[in-house]
Design a protein around this ligand. Structure first.
Ligand SMILES: [Zn+2]
Length: 179
């Protein structure tokens, strides 16, 4: 889709751009931003670590699905195409698992870049309400419906993995109905 910024690749691109921007501000000759950039350095390293960990997870997932293939060694942005190419022959269940992980990483990239509103675009898997709220300390999306609570009376909270699985399952249900 033209101008679609919601794909996992595009979210990764945004995150990378943000990372590169931080890097570029470091040698500021005025020295005025020195304190700020020094403070930003750990964020950079976190982002770098984060991206490496996400890539490693995707590669591991693909290698587990297709034993014997070489690990991916190309640019980060080609990773998801690589994963799709190598698993295109697998059954629907495995392809869905791959898409769920790719989608999950898209949500993670957006959150890593500071956009936590991505979770609100998913209905709560329990009550179907919209407007989930991201809780960074729990790394979960919490339902805002006061009646949507578990046995302990606590609001239902969902991992990104669960939201991604629900999203891909709903999407493939729509696709199979349409064909
Ligand atoms: Zn709910």
């Amino acid at each position: 889709m033209l101008g679609d910024d919601t794909t996992t690749e595009n979210r990764l691109r945004l995150l990378q751009a943000e990372f590169t921007q931080y890097q570029r501000t470091r040698p500021d000759p005025t020295g005025r931003t020195a304190t700020r950039t020094e403070a930003a350095a750990p964020v950079n390293l976190d982002t770098l670590d984060y991206m490496a960990a996400a890539a490693a997870r995707m590669i591991k997932h693909t290698q587990a699905a297709v034993p014997g293939i070489d690990p991916y060694a190309g640019p980060l942005l080609g990773l998801y195409d690589w994963a799709r190419e190598h698993t295109a022959h697998l059954d629907e269940h495995r392809q869905r698992a791959r898409e769920a992980l790719i989608y999950q990483q898209g949500l993670e990239h957006a959150i890593a870049a500071g956009d936590t509103t991505v979770v609100s675009k998913h209905p709560c898997p329990e009550c179907g309400c919209w407007g989930l709220i991201w809780r960074e300390e729990r790394r979960k999306a919490v339902c805002v419906n006061h009646y949507c609570v578990n046995a302990k009376g606590l609001s239902h909270a969902w991992t990104l993995e669960r939201l991604a699985r629900e999203h891909i399952a709903a999407k493939s249900a729509v696709t199979s109905r349409a064909t």
